[in-house]
Design a binder for this molecule. Structure first.
Ligand code: TRP
Ligand code: SF4
Length: 526
């Protein structure tokens, strides 16, 4: 799509009264709250989600949801894009809470998983039955029924169950073991801060959180690899926690250092700057020593250094205490939770000049990236996980057909993948549009495709891979050549066809599902 991205402005929700200051829930990302986002820009500014457009170029054969900006954001997707490009190991995983029928919003995630699988990633899809039971109070019978429906749609859309893995949280021993391990790294205060848990939160709900953490890291159990979690932005708190836990499980932390002591990040930047600035030839025996840097820092005016006074004084103390120790850049491996065996193995594995301290090893001939790889390799070889921080991609929520948000609890607002094709046709026919009051006005001013749920249907689903078609609908709409009646008729017909075709495929994959290694009936009761 060229020029202005027609989806760029399609974020729905309450317009902010003063164009800015949002109430707390406008920007809160709550995995169990209402999934609507009033302003996607805030997700970049306040949560540090990155714009997908910036990695798009590095993605081989990008999916149309990527090309059209439906996938609008990501965390750390680059390693995944690169792995796909270079045919290196990568994985994709997402999970579904079986609380109702799968609908066209879930199809986005199904498509994302399938696309990554087709690009060569190991693909995983799971049924979040523990979460549905604990966070949503679904009975096991309901869960079984819905789970089956999700899985049939996923298979019908092209998931290959032989190459990929389907599982349900409750029945996966390795996932539960991993959850237990990860749970040891998180405490209640943290879950409270992230999810707003309190004294009333039941323990099973908390267990479902650590289970999701385990889901997210599970693809790396055999071997660390770039892994992407395609989800809606409401799941971002889970992604952030999983990234933190992945890091906390690591045996070693790799950092850059200049002398034997530890520096904080700002302190390190300051020393790095002076290391670059000062010429060793100006000092006795041509060596730059800690005291020299301390002296230079003391002479520089605080305003020029641009750091808080307490940081400066802490660096000075460290430098002066180290005194005549030479300043030499090095790569540091700090022991986080390594076993003795792992620490010894690391020492052996470091080539070239190295210095061993009680809780760290400094290497003088290894750069940062090499060091990261080495640390991970040693960790894996000595029984650790060596997790890479998982990546994520985020798609926009679809607008409900009745305006407002698309919600499983309002049947007319969404189209279920199980809807009778005729019902699907009718729902589209009665959808809200971005059209003008009269045909005349529409011809004159054009329709508001950016605010039109029907246009969204074209862009997110009905146009499929055909960008030209999606663009034509958009251009004709905003140019006033397209009127809503015909436009909806066309969309409604396409929807009817899509549903009929999808449901036929669902019937065809029944056997595939029976053959897949996933428990379809839970032995649980309650
Ligand atoms: N919490 C997700 C939801 O509400 C479901 C889920 C469970 C999940 N485990 C996951 C999503 C792992 C992504 C990755 O739908
Ligand atoms: Fe929406 Fe189509 Fe009407 Fe444009 S013409 S506002 S895309 S229904």
């Amino acid at each position: 799509m060229t020029g202005d991205d027609p989806l760029e402005e399609s974020a729905q929700g309450e317009p902010l009264p003063d164009g800015g200051a949002a109430g707390a829930d406008d920007v809160a990302l709550d995995p169990w709250g209402s999934s609507s986002v009033s302003d996607y820009r805030k997700l970049f500014e306040e949560f540090g989600i990155e714009e997908f457009d910036e990695v798009l170029e590095e993605v081989p054969n990008p999916h149309y949801l990527m090309r059209r900006g439906v996938i609008f954001g990501h965390r750390d997707y680059r390693p995944v894009a690169r792995a796909l490009q270079n045919d290196e190991p990568a994985a994709v995983l997402s999970g579904f809470m079986p609380t109702g029928d799968p609908h066209i919003g879930h199809k986005l995630v199904f498509d994302e998983i399938i696309w990554h699988q087709q690009q060569g990633a190991d693909a995983y899809a799971l049924i979040a039955d523990l979460e549905a039971n604990s966070a949503r109070g679904m009975s096991w019978d309901e869960i079984d029924e819905h789970a089956r429906n999700y899985l049939l749609s996923l298979l019908a859309l092209g998931f290959d169950p032989e190459a990929g893995e389907l599982y349900r949280q409750s029945a996966h021993r390795e996932v539960q073991d991993l959850a237990f391990d990860l749970g040891a790294e998180a405490n209640f205060s943290e879950l409270q801060a992230i999810y707003g848990f309190d004294g009333e939160t039941d323990v099973s709900h908390m267990q479902s959180v650590v289970t999701q953490m385990a889901d997210i890291l599970y693809p790396q159990l055999e071997e660390p690899k770039p892994t992407v979690i395609p989800v809606g932005p409401d799941q971002d708190p889970h992604v952030r926690l999983a990234r933190d836990l992945a890091e906390r499980m690591r045996f070693f932390k790799v950092s850059e250092a200049y002398a034997s002591f530890e520096l904080g990040p700002v302190e390190r930047d300051l020393v790095a700057e002076f290391y670059e600035r000062l010429d060793p030839a100006e000092f006795d025996d041509d060596t730059l020593r800690c005291v020299h840097v301390a002296e230079a820092l003391e002479e520089a005016p605080l305003s020029e250094l641009g750091v808080p006074a307490d940081i400066l004084s802490s660096v000075l103390t460290k430098l002066n205490e180290a005194g005549m120790e030479p300043i030499r850049p090095r790569t540091r491996f700090s022991d986080r939770r390594a076993t003795e065996k792992a620490f010894d193995a690391l020492i052996d594995a470091i080539e070239g000049e190295k210095r061993v301290y009680e809780n760290h090893v400094d290497a003088f001939e290894i750069d940062r990236d090499e060091a990261e790889e080495l640390a991970r390799q040693v960790e894996v070889d000595t029984g650790g996980y060596g997790f890479r921080p998982p990546s994520s991609i985020y798609h926009r929520f679809m607008t409900g057909l009745t305006g407002g948000k698309m919600s499983s609890s309002i049947p007319a607002s969404h189209i279920s993948l199980l809807d009778d094709p005729e019902d699907g046709y009718n729902k589209v026919k009665s959808a809200t549009t971005g059209g003008r009051e009269t045909a005349e006005e529409q011809r004159e001013k054009g329709g508001k495709a950016d605010e039109c749920p029907v246009y969204e249907l074209y862009a997110y689903l009905l146009a499929g891979d055909d960008d030209e078609f999606a663009k034509r609908v958009y251009d004709e709409c905003v140019g006033g050549e397209r009127l809503c009646g015909d436009c909806k008729e066309q969309a409604a017909q396409l929807m009817r066809e899509f549903l009929a075709d999808h449901q036929e495929k669902r019937d065809e994959v029944e056997e595939l599902l029976e053959a897949a290694e996933i428990e379809l009936e839970s032995p649980r009761r309650r």
